[in-house]
Design a protein around this ligand. Structure first.
Ligand SMILES: [Ca+2]
Ligand SMILES: [Ca+2]
Ligand SMILES: [Ca+2]
Length: 961
């Protein structure tokens, strides 16, 4: 039989992309082995159009395909081709692993089906050349095999039958790097390599305390505690636990799990099951060797305490029966294709062959694996890894695990969370702590972006102070050794993160304005990793069971951050279902849109690095081996960064944001603010638009609006002019009024406003230089877009809210959140307008009779009457607007009852100063605005009364109110 060579299928293509190692050659032929191989077929149809549609459209398409029963005949393998490959395998005398197992009256732990496009087969020394071509042989020593050249397959298998992917279930194909390598030494500073991980008083608490107290998860208190009878039934979470499953050396896993839950205050039994058809086993390894059982116990501990009502399914993968070696690929497949338990969320802290060459059959296998999860509507969380910028791969470059960095999975990085108590005992935080305790404004400003909600105070020991990159590397002389475990660059001490140059940045990163580029000399572009992050050790650890599910102790790693995020996604699924929405499924784009329109949903990590690139050989020592640090890495910074992604969660604010986005995509037909075409942005409606200017110095703003223009000069923004993140954070009831008042009276620039016609072009330039709406595609659906150049940012925004209600329902209660940062007495009312220009009963804003028309259409409030009083200087209050219908356009009016002045959201209804109508409103993102309560714009701080309208949280049980 003739064979065809597969391009890019060398041993190094499977194990060692970008390693710089020479291809292995020679060595004895392995003469006695069993190897299980996955043959992976192409899909019958290309799912790109479905996957590239927005979230709601994907959900609708999947719903239709599932209802028709055609999802897998469309996007699985062509059954005829699949069966043809099986027939030809039989002709070659190659058995599937399922056949081998059946001969023993058993089932294997593998997934083989036309839907999964996978056929797991077994070969040995007698027939491996029938699969991979005449003369093919495995070579090498025990446990360290290789092959020479490329693989081949029988003619037509790749080209006609679509066998495009291959994977191996073996631990005998190992990654290679040159020894010694030729990296250029970049000497390391002595001591701690990154701040915020050195506390002598770390916080060790149960995972649900971390989720509740520090990440504000939606289900806490009675909604968390199963004994209350009020805790919602959260969905099934799948845990990838390759090989180990639920194995324990002594006792029963279930009893030990329930004992741990009781220690954590959960007095109901866990629901759990283990899927391990090929067996599960308790490994015997000595620290610091990686113990998969410890990983398992960490995952289980985090999930079962944060979501005590979520059934857990542990996936051991192929196990060890019938030649299996429980490669994590097999455990992922078990979890994605579990049609019995149907987990809606999967978490994996287990990796597989990381450095896989793009364009290889191995890359195809891994890439398509995660598309299966997206098509099964499963949300996948993968740990970014614990090896820093080098990802424990000694090629001298920065690396991420390319095989698992799917755009259809969330990659989770690691931070180190410091309470006040931990920070006070951390020598690397001395400066920031003393500045914070002295209430230094610049320091507190940065800490608030990181989620600080209480004024720093040495006696408030358990409050958040700062969250930094998780990085426990410590250098003494030329020895790199974590103080906790003595290990260095080749072990688990800092969050991995960087750029996956094997694939382009996904559209949601590009639309977010990112162009992730490796910091090593190759400067390659690609997918940024991670997407999100959470506490992974350093100054805060998770109290979880040990490897044997017995001794309670602190543990950490991105392996802890990942199940924490999975638990949050499961809570959001529960809320979505309660609000009539489907599960999140593949939802990375929703979470990037949330970051663009509702950044208060994330704590921005801005401190720390993950540098750990290296080559083998040299004068430094890591794990008793000589290495050469090469100094390439990534640092946290404002906004998205390549160590902590979008940041760590403010779970409740994030859930509110993704709920609003999901309902909007699913049910709203109202126009975006701006549309984009080849020539630029255009107004998508007749509408009143505000033009808010933020700049470091005076700026001349020129707006091109159709055939007209609007020009104005804006003053410099104050150092602490409010950001949309702070405005949204301040609209939490427990946000400290002292923080609010500390940052009062910092001016914004000028806000211009005019009515723009549908179809009019909208362009912005500042000081003669054009500005780009970098995130406009993500934000314009939600009523604003920021045009940015080197000089200034001009936010184009609507002054009104469009009621995009849950399920598109009428007659709902909209939640109103208020925070006051003005000293006068204020009163706010809401009224329904007829169009986006603010017209009421034919009266335009500022026309005679407008005030009476607006009053006639004022909404009734849950607090009684048709206006609500400001809560007082620094304070918070919450109310509801009654009888809001889907699509209502809602405008606001502010009365300063101290001065008697009335202000409108439409500048031309307000006073004029120097011939210019004064804008009194400022947009702070998703249905959030701030008022300026003084004549002429006063101090221009636009935070005298912050107002947020929330149209979806009252749906269902109202868990997000
Ligand atoms: Ca950041
Ligand atoms: Ca003011
Ligand atoms: Ca103010």
């Amino acid at each position: 039989m003739p064979y065809t060579e597969l391009p890019n299928s060398s041993f190094l293509d499977f194990t060692s992309w970008r390693s710089g190692a020479s291809a292995p050659s020679g060595g004895p032929v392995v003469t006695n082995f069993t190897l299980n191989v996955a043959l992976i077929l192409d899909r019958a149809n290309d799912p790109s159009t479905l996957l590239n549609a927005n979230w709601a459209s994907r959900q609708k398409q999947l719903d239709t395909l599932n209802d028709n029963g055609t999802l897998w005949s469309t996007y699985g393998a062509d059954p005829a081709k699949y069966n043809q490959v099986k027939a030809e395998l039989a002709g070659l005398g190659i058995k599937t692993v399922a056949q081998v197992a059946a001969e023993h009256g058993a089932q294997s732990g593998y997934i083989s089906s036309a839907e999964s496009r996978t056929i797991w087969v077994q070969v040995d020394q007698t027939n491996i050349d029938k699969l991979f071509g005449p003369g093919f042989a495995l070579r090498g020593a025990d446990n360290n095999w290789h092959w020479e050249g490329n693989l081949s397959l029988p003619d037509g298998w790749a080209s006609t039958l679509g066998v495009k992917g291959l994977w191996f279930d073996t631990t005998n194909f190992n990654a290679m790097v040159p020894t010694p390598g030729n990296g250029t030494l970049v000497p390391l500073p002595q001591g701690w390599q990154s701040p915020g991980n050195a506390s002598t008083s770390p916080t060790n608490i149960f995972p649900q305390q971390i989720a509740d107290q520090y990440y504000n998860f939606p289900f806490s208190g009675d909604l968390w505690n199963p004994a209350s009878g009020m805790a919602p039934q959260t969905g099934t979470i799948g845990l990838v636990e390759s090989g180990v499953g639920a194995a324990v050396p002594n006792g029963s896993f279930g009893a030990l799990l329930n004992h741990y839950r009781a220690q954590a205050g959960i007095n109901t039994p866990a629901q759990w099951t283990s899927i391990a058809l090929g067996g599960e086993a308790y490994p015997t390894v000595q620290p610091p060797a990686f113990n998969p059982a410890g990983e398992r116990s960490l995952d289980v501990g985090v999930v079962t305490t944060i979501n005590p009502q979520s059934p857990m399914v542990l996936y051991a993968g192929s196990g060890t029966a019938f030649g299996a070696q429980y490669d994590t690929f097999t455990a992922y497949q078990s979890s994605f294709w579990d049609l019995v338990n149907n987990p809606s969320v999967i978490t994996s802290s287990f990796g597989f062959t990381a450095q896989v060459t793009p364009g290889s059959p191995f890359y195809f296998a891994a890439q398509q694996l995660f598309i299966d999860a997206a098509l099964r509507n499963i949300t996948v969380f993968n740990d970014a890894g614990d090896g820093g910028s080098g990802n424990q791969n000694g090629n001298g470059l920065t690396n991420v695990g390319t095989s698992r960095a799917s755009p259809y999975a969330f990659m989770v990085g690691g931070t180190a969370y410091s309470t006040v108590q931990s920070a006070l005992a951390d020598e690397t935080l001395t400066d920031v702590v003393s500045q914070a305790m002295a209430h230094d404004k610049a320091t507190i400003w940065q800490l608030m972006a990181g989620g600080l909600t209480a004024m720093p105070n040495p006696s408030n020991v358990s409050a958040l102070l700062i969250e930094a990159v998780w990085n426990e590397y410590y250098v003494t002389g030329t020895t790199i050794a974590s103080k906790a475990n003595g290990t260095g660059y080749q072990h688990n001490n800092t969050g991995s993160g960087g750029v996956d140059p094997s694939r382009p940045a996904p559209w949601y990163q590009t639309a977010f304005g990112l162009d992730p580029t490796t910091s090593d000399p190759s400067a390659l572009h690609g997918r940024g990793v991670p997407d999100v992050a959470a506490d992974a050790g350093g100054n805060m650890h998770y109290l979880v069971p040990g490897p044997a599910m017995t001794a309670l102790g602190p543990d950490s790693g991105t392996s802890a951050a990942t199940p924490l995020w999975a638990a949050l996604a499961s809570q959001i699924d529960t809320i979505f279902n309660d609000q009539g929405l489907p599960n999140l499924g593949y939802a990375n784009d929703l979470f990037y849109i949330a970051a663009a329109i509702a950044p208060g949903g994330y704590n921005d990590v801005t401190l720390g690095i993950n540098t750990s690139s290296f080559t083998k050989g040299g004068i430094y020592t890591s794990e008793s081996e000589p290495i050469t640090p090469t100094g390439y890495g990534y640092h946290a910074g404002p906004g998205y960064d390549l160590v902590t992604g979008l940041g760590t969660p403010n779970g409740t604010l994030l859930a509110r944001a993704v709920s609003a986005i999901a309902h909007k995509q699913m049910y709203s037909t109202s126009p975006a603010m701006l549309d984009v075409d080849g020539s630029g942005w255009n107004s998508a409606a007749d509408q009143s638009l505000m033009f808010q200017t933020m700049s470091r110095s005076d700026a001349s703003v020129h707006l091109g609006l159709g055939s007209g223009a609007l020009d104005f000069t804006s003053g410099a923004s104050g150092s602490f002019a409010w950001t949309m993140r702070l405005a949204q954070q301040s609209l939490q009831s427990d946000f400290d009024p002292n923080l609010v008042r500390l940052f009062d009276k910092y001016a914004h620039g000028w806000v211009g406003q005019t009515v723009v016609a549908s179809g009019d072009s909208v362009s912005v330039s500042v000081d003669g230089a054009s500005a780009r709406a970098i995130q406009g595609l993500l934000t314009s659906d939600f009523g604003f877009a920021d045009f940015v150049n080197d000089i200034a940012a001009v936010r184009v925004a609507r002054p009104v809210a469009v009621a995009e209600t849950a399920g598109g329902a009428n007659d709902v209660t909209a939640i109103v959140r208020l925070r006051q940062n003005g000293e006068n007495n204020l009163q706010l009312s809401f009224y329904k307008v007829d169009d986006l220009a603010g017209t009421v009963d034919g009266k335009r804003p500022g026309e005679v009779g407008y005030e009476a028309a607006a009053a006639a259409h004022a909404y009734e409030l849950t607090s009684g009457g048709r206006s609500i009083n400001g809560p007082g200087y620094g304070n918070y209050d919450q109310a509801g607007i009654l009888k809001v219908d889907a699509g209502d356009i809602i405008a606001m009016k502010l009365v300063n009852t101290t001065t008697g002045a009335h202000y409108w959201a439409f500048a031309n209804a307000n006073e004029q100063v120097d011939g210019r109508a004064v804008g009194h409103l400022w947009n702070y993102g998703l249905n959030t605005w701030g008022w300026e309560d003084q004549h002429g714009g006063g101090d221009h701080d636009y935070n005298d009364l912050l107002v947020q309208l929330d149209f979806t949280s009252s749906a269902g049980h109202g868990w997000l109110i």
